[in-house]
Design a binder for this molecule. Structure first.
Ligand code: SAH
Length: 426
């Protein structure tokens, strides 16, 4: 997929560039090299570089201006406010430094150079900037001590379900929408072979930094709560720093006791990479590569798929179900934990969708224009019914509903989650 700031499929496992898109210009050992891909990458890099300026302009400055316009008597009611504003600005600068380091690491590790960025002049959109801000919530959720309890809610359910697999070393698990990789690392430490999949450059860039830049415990201090001004018990809570990561990732994975491994992090849309090749493939903004070979390799290749806070992210949940069923071996398990907060529920976006016969190279069918992104928001019961009573071929093993969970310990985010284990029938 290549929508704005998303990546197409590059299978890091074999270090081959599997991006079969016609726009590919050259191919340097598994690096993303086509022009559009590079633009998408640098748009996100620039959103990281612009963070400090954006935050000062849009978050700090309006408050500083408002403060200056207050009558003296009102200012005297809040003698601490001016130094609070200054401290707030310092937090922005510290976060900006963190994101600059991440951007430097990304340019190096993707094999680009700063000069490549000058050629591109890619301006980040407001939506790119807001996604960059939301990364702070994501990194706290996945890699801070602060969110240990939050992570523990799903972790216990998932690990208990996995315990039915005695042969851990030969159990291959796929985690679609793996975010910043914490679930993957935890599973590897438990002894499993794990494959991740993720498609936004925002996540991929930070994921690679977290996994590969040799961070030691609590070596980075960030201020993740400064992107909102509501719901705080004290204003100091907003300026509270968080240290990351809470574990030494490299040591945890490389220790002799750790029998598991990260097989690969496959970049691109879950549906592009793991969907079914049967009959036709639907093309749209969400399916931008010609995925036949990759899909064939992934069919019936995983023993377990774990979707965590993932199944509500797509524009067509049936295609997620189809992809999960497609890449599980028969008898394999689908473990799900998360809410149904459909990402496109309020979207006015639309896209063109058409089907292609994958075996006749190019013939198109059923072209539909302006198909709304919103729609098909199935309930939990609908999902279970459709999974178990039809072509997806699942049997429900276990389920639990109404599990409340925060996300990144953010007071504004409380989700009503469900957990289930389904088995693909033999
Ligand atoms: N599993 C992580 C992240 C959940 S957020 C956690 O529990 O914290 C959902 C993630 O899915 C995001 O990182 C998003 O970029 C990714 N995502 C959304 N649609 C995707 C798709 N079609 N293919 C791959 N990843 C996708």
């Amino acid at each position: 997929m290549r929508k704005d700031s998303t990546a197409t499929a590059v299978n890091n496992k074999n270090n081959n560039n599997n991006n079969n898109n016609n726009n590919n210009n050259n191919n340097r050992d598994g690096l993303i090299t086509d022009v559009e891909e590079k633009k998408a990458f640098f748009k996100v890099i620039n959103s990281f570089r612009c963070y400090g300026e954006y935050m000062q302009q849009n978050y700090w400055k309006p408050r500083a201006i408002k403060w200056d316009t207050l009558p003296k008597e009102q200012q005297e009611c809040l003698p601490w406010y001016k130094s609070y504003l200054e401290e707030y600005r310092m937090c922005i600068l510290q976060n900006a430094k963190f994101l600059n380091d991440v951007a430097d690491h990304a340019i190096y590790s993707w094999g680009y150079h700063d000069e490549d960025n000058d050629d591109m002049e890619m301006q980040p959109s407001i939506s790119d900037m807001e996604k960059t801000l939301s990364l702070f919530t994501q990194i706290v959720r996945e890699w801070s001590e602060e969110c240990k309890e939050e992570r523990g809610i799903s972790r216990k359910l998932i690990l208990d379900a996995l315990n039915s697999y005695k042969d851990k070393e030969n159990t291959i698990i796929l985690v679609p929408g793996c975010g910043l990789g914490r679930l993957i690392v935890d599973l590897v430490c438990e002894g499993y072979q794990v494959e991740g999949n993720e498609f936004t450059y925002h996540m991929l860039i930070l994921l690679r930094y977290v996994l590969n830049s040799g961070l030691t415990i609590n070596s980075i201090k960030i201020f993740p709560h400064i992107h909102t001004f509501s719901h705080f018990k004290t204003h100091l809570e907003q300026l509270k720093p968080t240290s990351i990561p809470d574990i030494d990732i490299y040591k945890s994975i490389m220790s002799d006791e750790c029998k598991g491994a990260i097989n690969s992090i496959n970049t691109g849309s879950f549906i592009d990479l793991y969907g079914s090749n049967s009959n036709f493939i639907r093309y749209s903004d969400f399916y931008s590569i010609h995925p036949r070979i990759t899909r064939a390799e992934n069919t019936s290749s995983k023993n377990v798929i774990i979707t965590q806070f993932f199944i509500d992210t797509g524009e067509n949940i049936l295609e997620y179900l189809e992809s999960v069923s497609n890449c599980l071996v028969s008898g394999g398990y689908w473990i799900n934990f998360g809410p149904l907060k459909y990402h496109f529920e309020d979207s006015y976006g639309a896209m063109d969708i058409y089907q292609k016969d994958v075996y006749s190279n190019g013939q198109e069918y059923n072209r539909h224009q302006n198909v709304p992104l919103r729609g098909l928001e199935l309930s939990y019961d609908d999902i279970i019914n459709v999974s178990c009573n039809g072509r997806f071929n699942f049997k429900l093993i276990n389920s639990k509903f109404d599990i409340l969970s925060t996300y990144g310990k953010n007071r504004n985010n409380l989700f009503n989650c469900a957990f289930w284990v389904m088995q693909k029938k033999r």
